[in-house]
Design a protein around this ligand. Structure first.
Ligand SMILES: NC(=O)c1ccc[n+]([C@@H]2O[C@H](COP(=O)([O-])OP(=O)(O)OC[C@H]3O[C@@H](n4cnc5c(N)ncnc54)[C@H](O)[C@@H]3O)[C@@H](O)[C@H]2O)c1
Length: 329
């Protein structure tokens, strides 16, 4: 008998596959819902879906008919599906707003109607990035800072706005229906199979391709990088604690021990990959926020969250995976 029956939306994506593997290894039964707009039907997904405890449903969270196919009575849902990435945000911000907002509302209606007992919403540090530009909020940043949008004509605000909306909707549905819920704000989660458009695989790809000096945008900006295994510890604890009658609320998921500038990240990456190259620092392209780092003390206190994989070890595991998996052509 499976321990829990769990739905993961966006289950073929980066976080989704790592999460699914953890859950089935723990004895849970998992349904992955994905429209494969970004998630890949690759060997790792195939290896997972070959296991009895996992089923894949191909579908779009904005399509109301998909909820009939899913049925009801899941113990938990991890809502990870979203349109993300700078390219989508800059080229089709209206779709970012529509898909992220409508999909989340559909899923919350399904949850409220008995689809699942507990709901986890995947948010982001972007939710407070705009606040940081206009208010003097602390860094490392706690969860309870005001969430602001300061320039709604800017396409970049589409992603942050859709995530703020998702946090609001999840909270109000959870409170109104008196059901367990959790919101997690991911901060620069990285690891194997994260795609090829994030900073770590992208720097690695160019460095392996012989770029010297290696161009590093926003070299003086700092971020805190969190290994995927630690992020999975945090999100599973957040929904389990809420399910077991503990606090429902918002948690930063990141690694406050690992704040580093992009320039230093590139240097560490070159050393880990044993590549002899220099660095060419350049101005920021899209992101005006110089420093971003989570305060994870709430997650430590409520969830027993404690990031374990340091940047050197995390980079080693990640780059090894990318050495074996060049960008598909
Ligand atoms: N990885 C990070 O560092 C990070 C940081 C902040 C926030 N997040 C959030 O965490 C969640 C998961 O991120 P990820 O890195 O795994 O992203 P990802 O793009 O790898 O996964 C998202 C998945 O959602 C699917 N999807 C998109 N639109 C869909 C739709 N309409 N219906 C069904 N499926 C759809 C995609 O195909 C993809 O497989 C996202 O909500 C993202 O906003 C991640």
């Amino acid at each position: 008998m499976a321990d829990k029956r769990i739905l993961i939306t966006g289950g073929a994506g980066f976080v989704g596959v790592h999460l699914a593997r953890r859950l089935i290894d723990n004895g849970d039964e998992v349904v992955l819902l994905d429209d494969f707009s970004r998630g890949r039907d690759d060997a790792e997904l195939a290896e997972l879906t070959a296991r009895d405890a996992i089923t894949t449903v191909t579908g779009d969270i904005t399509d109301a008919a998909i909820y009939e196919r899913l049925g009801k009575g899941f113990d938990q849902v991890y809502h990870l599906a979203a349109v993300i990435g700078v390219r989508h945000v800059m080229e089709r911000p209206h779709d970012v707003v529509r898909i992220n907002a409508v999909g989340t509302l559909n899923l919350l209606d399904w949850y409220a109607d008995g689809g699942a007992n507990a709901f986890l919403f995947a948010s982001t540090s972007e939710a407070y990035a705009w606040t940081k530009q206009v208010m003097n909020i602390p860094t490392p940043t706690p969860e309870d800072v005001p969430l602001a949008l300061t320039d709604i004509k800017n396409p970049r605000s589409s992603y942050a706005g859709s995530k703020i909306f998702g946090e609001l909707a999840t909270t109000q549905y959870g409170e109104m229906y008196k059901k367990p819920y959790a919101i997690v704000r991911f901060h620069n989660v990285y690891g194997p199979r994260m795609g090829w458009d994030h900073v770590i695989p992208e720097l690695h790809e160019r460095a392996r391709g012989g770029e010297n000096p290696l161009t590093v945008y926003s070299a003086d900006h700092s971020r805190a990088f969190c290994y995927i295994g630690d992020a999975i510890d945090g999100i599973t604890a957040a929904i389990d604690v809420a399910t077991d009658g503990g606090p429902c609320g918002t948690y930063n998921i990141g690694n406050d021990d690992e704040e580093i500038t992009m320039g230093d990240l590139a240097t560490r990456l070159l050393a880990t990959a044993d590549i002899d190259a220099g660095i060419q620092p350049l101005e920021a392209k899209h992101d005006p926020i110089k420093r971003r780092c989570p305060d994870v003390s709430r997650a430590r206190a409520d969830l027993g969250y404690a990031p374990k994989v340091d940047l050197d070890e995390g980079l080693k595991r990640t780059l090894a995976w990318y050495d074996d998996h060049p960008r598909p052509t």
